[in-house]
Design a protein around this ligand. Structure first.
Ligand code: 7PM
Length: 273
C-alpha cells in the first residue's frame, strides 16, 4: 500500500512513522507577549526531526476541548512563517494541522506536503480540492461534535462500527470529489468526542480498520483519558503508541518523539526476531 504526500510516496508496511507535534500557539512559542516566535517554533520542529520524527505537524489553532476558534488571518500569521523556515531547512515531511482550506492552500504553497484535517466529519469539498490539486497527503480524522461541545457526554451504540462506517463513507465521498484514496490516511480521533471507554475500545479494536488498506494514524500522546497529570503521561503515551503499532498503525502523532521512536524501534526489532 502506498501513501502519496506531495512529491513523496511512503510504502507500507514499514516501521511506524513518528509525527512530531509542533503547536504554534501563543502559549507554546510566544516572544513573551502575544506574538509568535517563528524561529523558536522552527527550531523545536528541527529538534523533533533530529530525534526521529519523519513528519512534523504544524498547528496554529488549539483544538483543546472548549478552546475558541482562531480566525484565518491569525492562523496564517502563526503557521506560514514557520513552514517557510522549515521547508528551507529540512526534507522532513511537513504537515499542516488546520480545518481551513485557505490555510491548507497557503501551507502547501509554502512547502507542507500533508493536510491534517480534524474536521473531516464535515463535508468540505474545498478542503478536498486543495488536497487533490496539490497532491498532498490528507489525514481524515473522526470527531463527534465540535471542539467546543465534543466532550459533553459523547455517545455511540458501537464506537468501532461507527468508525468503520465513517471511514467507508468518507473514502467514498472523497473519491467522488476527486481526492484519490492513495492520498488519504485515516484517524479515529482519540479524545475527540469520546469517553475514556470509547478511546480504549478504539485502541483495542484498531486492527479492524486495517481492512481499508489505508495508513492508520493514532494520536493518544498526553491525552487526558490516560489519567494523571499531563506532565506525567509519557509511559502511558508510549504504551498507546506501541500497542497501536502492533495493531497496524502506520503513523503515531506524539509530543515526545525521542522516547516514542526509541520504544517503537525496540518493539519492532523484537517483532522481527
Ligand atoms: C488539547 C487536547 C490540546 C487535545 C490538543 C489536543 C489529534 C490531532 C490533535 C489526533 C489528528 C493533541 C490534541 N489530536 N490530529 N490533533 N489526530 N489527526 O493532543 O489525534 O495534540 S490536538
Amino acid at each position: 500500500m502506498n501513501w502519496q504526500t506531495g512529491d513523496f510516496t511512503w510504502q507500507f508496511p514499514r516501521p511506524t512513522l513518528v509525527m512530531g507535534i509542533v503547536n504554534v500557539t501563543p502559549d507554546s512559542f510566544s516572544d513573551g507577549g502575544k506574538f509568535i516566535d517563528a524561529e523558536a517554533a522552527a527550531a523545536h520542529a528541527l529538534q523533533l526531526a533530529a530525534e526521529g520524527a519523519e513528519l512534523l505537524d504544524i498547528g496554529g489553532e488549539s483544538t483543546r476541548p472548549g478552546a475558541p476558534p482562531v480566525d484565518e488571518a491569525e492562523e496564517l500569521r502563526r503557521v506560514i512563517p514557520v513552514i517557510e523556515k522549515l521547508a528551507g531547512q529540512t526534507d522532513t515531511v511537513i504537515s499542516i494541522d488546520t480545518q481551513k482550506p485557505a490555510v491548507a492552500q497557503a501551507a502547501t504553497a509554502a512547502g507542507a506536503r500533508v493536510i491534517n484535517d480534524i474536521a473531516a466529519h464535515r463535508v468540505d469539498v474545498a478542503m478536498w480540492r486543495v488536497a487533490a490539486q496539490t497532491g498532498a497527503g490528507y489525514i481524515a480524522m473522526h470527531m463527534q461534535g465540535t471542539p467546543q461541545t465534543m466532550q459533553n457526554a459523547p455517545e455511540y451504540d458501537d464506537v468501532i462500527a461507527t468508525m468503520e462506517a465513517f471511514f467507508a463513507e468518507r473514502l467514498e465521498a472523497m473519491a467522488a470529489a476527486g481526492l484519490p484514496a492513495e492520498q488519504v490516511a485515516l484517524d479515529p480521533g482519540i479524545g475527540f468526542g469520546k469517553t475514556t471507554g470509547h478511546n480504549l475500545a478504539l485502541l483495542a479494536g484498531l486492527a479492524r480498520f486495517t481492512r481499508f488498506q489505508r495508513p492508520l494514524m493514532v494520536g493518544a500522546s498526553r491525552k487526558s483519558f490516560l489519567g494523571g497529570k499531563v506532565t506525567e503521561r509519557l509511559g502511558s503515551s508510549i504504551a498507546c503508541a506501541c500497542r497501536a503499532a502492533a495493531d497496524g498503525a502506520g503513523i503515531v502523532r506524539v509530543h515526545d518523539v525521542r522516547e516514542t521512536a526509541q520504544a517503537l524501534r525496540a518493539w519492532e526489532a523484537i517483532d522481527q526476531a
